[in-house]
Design a protein around this ligand. Structure first.
Ligand code: FMN
Length: 250
């Protein structure tokens, strides 16, 4: 079998070959955030506009960026976590009437198909476990507070130690219909392109506060989706990243 038959997907998603979108057929637009989990309180995060880590040279951030896989024991502060969430998926502007949000990253057709989950190991003021970022309110919701979650995530990520030793792991889930509503079969191209932008923002934002990340594309899809309670193809893990502080001499 040809190893490059992934091109079949490109072929099938060329404009002449895709079906008319639900948007064109007058279907209602899906929400830009999943509903709040019932009975789970929201956790405040420091207001990103009041966080001041000073300025950092963009060229320097791009030039010194590298994948970091070894992290010291130091925890992140809640300010740092808030800053990183804001710079990766923060909502800058919301037009409830038109049903659109603009975030700190670009997204094809402004569809913004992602939800951010965090597997927290060491963040000041937060218990270890699984959380979701509620971007419309810039808050967190705790979903599972136990250290086993991270062990299971490490297993789903083929035992990569950086997942176990990071301060926090970002897990981005694609809610596919947000993009499919407008782009039908072509959407899957955009989901992955969008995800790249988010992770690069995390790389650069992390550099600016003396942290580092490693993008994670090697994971067992089914294990990861099952662990997070997702139901592909409606929602699935598209990308992850481990994150922690840089060693002072690193
Ligand atoms: C899409 C993608 C998936 C990746 N998946 C992993 C991974 O699962 N594990 C890992 O250790 N590194 C992963 N990486 C990091 C790459 O190995 C790394 O970017 C590459 O070796 C270049 O090194 P640099 O980032 O330090 O420049 C991934 C990077 C990208 C962009």
């Amino acid at each position: 079998m040809l190893k490059n038959n992934g091109y079949q997907f490109i072929e099938e998603t060329k404009y002449p070959n895709i079906s008319e979108s639900d948007q064109r057929q007058g279907e209602p637009q899906p929400p830009y955030e999943i509903p709040l989990e019932e009975g789970k309180p929201l956790i405040d995060l420091p207001d990103p506009q009041s966080i001041d880590f000073g300025t950092y040279d963009l060229r320097k951030a791009i030039e010194i960026r590298r994948s970091l896989r070894r992290y010291p024991e130091d925890p992140l502060s809640l300010e740092e976590l808030s800053y990183l969430l804001w710079l990766t998926q923060g909502i800058k502007k919301e037009d409830e009437k038109r049903h659109v949000v603009w975030r700190t990253v670009p997204s094809a057709g402004c569809r913004h198909p992602f939800e951010t989950y965090l597997s927290i190991n060491r963040v000041d003021g937060l218990e270890a476990g699984l959380y979701r970022y509620v971007a419309t309110q810039h808050k967190l919701v705790a979903l599972r507070l136990d250290e086993q979650f991270n062990e299971q995530l490490t297993e789903a990520c083929m035992g990569q130690r950086q997942i176990a030793t990071s301060a926090v792991n970002f897990i981005w889930a694609a809610v596919t219909y947000r993009t499919i509503w407008r782009y039908s079969e072509r959407s899957y191209r955009y989901l992955y392109l969008d995800a790249g932008h988010v992770c690069q923002n995390l790389h650069l934002a992390a550099e600016s506060i003396n942290c580092g990340i490693c993008a994670i594309g090697a994971y067992h899809d089914d294990m990861a989706d099952e662990l997070l309670g997702f139901n592909p193809p409606e929602m699935f893990v598209i990308y992850m990243a481990s994150l922690g502080r840089r060693e002072t001499n690193g």
